[in-house]
Design a protein around this ligand. Structure first.
Ligand code: ZN
Length: 173
């Protein structure tokens, strides 16, 4: 399948997650965080700051395919990502989406942030509005400034989540 990333580059790939995680597809925004079993990336298609995708490293589709250890890791990783969205970027509400119907990726969770510009556009932070907001973000021309916002927000999340994961490792050892 063909995908177009936030920089406008097109890629022909079989599995989005495998392509991204192996570095075959270089993204505009570098990886935000990773654990032993999961990665957190800025969404590669939609230029919405702090729109994070948490995906499994293993090529499985559903939460039903995750081991007990992976499930525990997933919960604490999602918590760290969500917490950083709040403390670093002041994001008040997030919608989590997990879609099993996906022919070309791994188990993944969307952490969709409700941002001030979405409130200004009149959105009510409903799950039914998400695809409309995504389309709107994609249709806006990508500028130097918007790409900088994406990278800077990712950078803030990155350092905070790294700190959180390090603290967690310290606590468990
Ligand atoms: Zn894969």
């Amino acid at each position: 399948m063909k995908i177009k990333d936030t920089s406008g580059a097109e890629h022909d790939i079989e599995c989005i997650a495998c392509a991204i995680q192996s570095g075959k597809v270089t993204l505009l925004v570098e990886r935000i965080a990773e654990t032993e079993f999961f990665v957190a990336e800025q969404d590669f298609e939609y230029p919405i700051e702090a729109f994070i995708i948490v995906a499994s490293k293993r090529h499985v589709k559903s939460i039903l395919g995750l081991s007990e250890e992976e499930r525990a890791d997933l919960t604490s990783f999602l918590f760290s990502c969500r917490k950083a969205m709040k403390t670093q970027l002041g994001i008040v509400e997030v919608t989590f989406v997990q879609e099993e119907h996906s022919s070309s990726s791994h188990f993944h969770v969307w952490l969709f942030p409700w941002l001030p510009w979405m409130d200004e556009e009149g959105y009510k932070r409903k799950v039914s509005e998400i695809t409309t907001v995504m389309k709107m973000a994609k249709d806006r021309p990508m500028t130097e400034e918007s790409s900088l916002i994406l990278r800077e927000s990712a950078q803030k999340l990155k350092s905070e989540i790294a700190k959180d994961l390090k603290d967690a490792t310290k606590r468990s050892s």
